[in-house]
Design a protein around this ligand. Structure first.
Ligand SMILES: [Zn+2]
Ligand SMILES: [Zn+2]
Ligand SMILES: [Zn+2]
Length: 273
């Protein structure tokens, strides 16, 4: 599993029959999970659409499984191989949410996660189709790490009601998808609606850090006079990051490139909680 690739697929540990042969062909080699939104290559290898998009964006156009050249856009599995698509849909899985005993077929996971009688009902019960209901569904998709679907649902909810916390939710998912620019835009829009929205500030700061804009992150934190616990923790983390960044620059200045390289890589890999 490449560490710099977002995990897009469905966790294999939730498959009832992960060891069986017919599941093997549906494992995305990029995220080593059961394929999600599967697409097939000319060489008949199957990947999550999100994984292969990232892969082809960064590597030469070769299949990650067999290294055959990829000339054409990958086709959705449903069209490329309707039979394989049906077999995949019948893989037995468990619900990805903690505390839920549901078991069923992979093709049913989406409707299970968003149906009113399962999680949506238990988590608050906003009417399906309303802005609040759509946001609840988006949060479930986010929890289940179905990030693309979460983005869609958050966007639908925002079309119905432009609420700061919904913007924050979508921005959080953008960060998961490695899109800090989008996260930054959503955080800024949320703060424009509600300047005191602490989750929006923490999203803004995390996005700025990922964009490498440490000074702006510090400024955004300074603009909040009283910080809640989560923001205080982020501030601590950003302070440590700024210190590491400064130490790296100092090391570079005095010609200690070994230390500079080590410190810069610490800064680059920093993950804000
Ligand atoms: Zn994948
Ligand atoms: Zn291949
Ligand atoms: Zn469930």
């Amino acid at each position: 599993q490449s560490p710099d690739v977002q995990r897009m697929g469905f966790p294999l540990e939730l498959c009832a029959e992960a060891d069986e042969n017919h599941v093997a062909e549906f494992i995305c080699v990029i995220c080593t999970s059961l394929v999600e939104s599967p697409v097939a290559s000319e060489c008949s290898h199957i990947f999550c659409v999100g994984c292969i998009d990232q892969w082809l964006g960064r590597q030469e156009h070769r299949c990650p499984t067999c290294a055959a050249p990829i000339h054409r856009a990958l086709q959705p599995l449903q069209q490329a191989s309707p039979l394989a698509w049906r077999v995949l849909g019948r893989v037995r899985v468990r619900c990805p949410l903690a505390g839920c005993a549901w078991r069923g077929e992979y093709s049913e996971v989406g409707s299970h996660l968003t149906s009113s009688e399962s999680h949506v009902g238990s988590s608050g019960g906003a009417a399906p189709g309303t802005a609040a209901g759509l946001r609840e569904q988006a949060e479930l998709k986010e929890e289940a790490r179905h990030f693309k679907e979460a983005i869609t649902l958050y966007s639908k909810s925002l079309a119905a009601e432009h609420a700061p916390l919904t913007l924050v939710g979508r921005g959080r998912v953008w960060l998961q998808l490695g899109q800090p620019q989008q996260a930054h835009a959503d955080a800024s829009a949320a703060l424009a609606l509600d300047g005191g929205c602490a989750p929006a500030t923490s999203l803004l700061v995390r996005a700025l850090v990922q964009l490498g804009r440490l000074d702006d992150a510090v400024r955004a934190l300074d603009a909040v006079p009283v910080k809640d616990e989560a923001l205080a923790r982020i501030e601590e983390s950003v302070d440590a990051l700024v210190a590491a960044d400064r130490a790296a620059r100092d090391a570079y200045e005095r010609g200690d490139f070994e230390s500079a390289r080590r410190l810069f890589s610490v800064v680059a890999e920093w993950q804000l909680l």
